[in-house]
Design a protein around this ligand. Structure first.
Ligand SMILES: Nc1ncnc2c1ncn2[C@@H]1O[C@H](COP(=O)(O)OP(=O)(O)OP(=O)(O)O)[C@@H](O)[C@H]1O
Ligand SMILES: [Mg+2]
Length: 237
């Protein structure tokens, strides 16, 4: 079976700085796959390269079996890859509804209004406050909006970079529940998280990224039980 996304021996540099040296992983349709690893490991760089915001120095990125390594960012979005960035990157002076409309800008079909209602079903607080400016919202609410905006392109693959960053435990749980819900509704998810415990617990597969390389991989539950993962990422001796 062809994977929905396959990253092969990816290497990416910022000038002389090699941020990603040898990252390989694949995401099958319908899965949640996590990339975990410490600060500076190269996780965000990997997602930004898949999105077409950075170019690989070596290696390849295949979506549905075809290389997207040279494709423009808007083409990659049109193919069905959506990116919910680290730090959310909302437009604080624009309303919830305007932010959601921006997420749909590449679409040519007429299902946008219906999908906006789906986002409001998923996150009722966004529906209630649809005409308020995004900058007024709490961190958790902003994360909901960032996920909602990413869903507005109707992605086949949703990439989430640190969705739980800075959130309370309750809000973190809410976001992870939403990720499971999106999976059950048919979206494939590539998740980058520092919260390795929560991410691996809901992942079909996980990969550890260390100094720009994928070093360990396995089903989420197997990685959770791995003593090396527990020592490095869950603070255990
Ligand atoms: N724009 C940039 N210019 C130069 N170096 C960069 C740039 N962005 C990231 N780096 C460097 O590339 C490496 C990988 O960074 P990246 O942001 O991909 O890591 P990360 O795994 O997402 O980390 P974190 O968990 O802190 O978000 C780091 O050493 C970082 O300092
Ligand atoms: Mg990052």
């Amino acid at each position: 079976m062809t994977a929905l996304l396959e990253v092969r021996n990816l290497s990416v540099a910022y000038g002389a700085i090699e941020a990603v040296r040898d990252v390989s992983f694949s995401v099958e349709e319908g899965q949640i796959v996590s990339l975990i690893g410490s600060n500076g490991a190269g996780k965000t760089t990997t997602l930004r390269t898949i999105s077409g915001l950075l170019r690989p120095k070596a290696g390849d990125i295949l979506f549905e079996g075809k290389s997207i390594a040279d494709a423009a960012a808007h083409e990659i979005l049109e193919k069905g890859v959506s990116h919910c960035p680290e730090g959310r990157r909302l437009f604080g002076r624009m309303t919830v509804e305007e932010n959601l409309h921006l997420g749909a800008y590449v679409r040519k079909d007429n299902g946008v209004a219906k999908d906006m209602e789906r986002v409001y079903e998923l996150f009722p607080v966004l529906g209630q406050r649809r005409n308020q400016k995004a900058g007024l919202f709490s961190g958790g609410e902003q994360q909901m909006l960032a996920i909602g905006r990413a869903m507005m392109s109707k992605p086949r693959l949703l990439m989430l970079d640190e969705p739980s960053m800075g959130l309370s435990p309750i809000m973190t749980q809410r976001i992870f529940d939403t990720i499971s819900e999106l999976q059950s509704q048919g979206t494939t998810i590539l998740l980058v998280e520092q919260n390795a415990l929560a991410a691996l617990a809901l992942s079909d597969r996980g990969y550890v990224v260390d100094l720009g390389r994928t070093t360990l991989e396995g089903p989420g539950h197997d990685l959770l039980a791995d003593t090396r993962v527990r020592a490095a990422y869950l603070g255990e001796d």
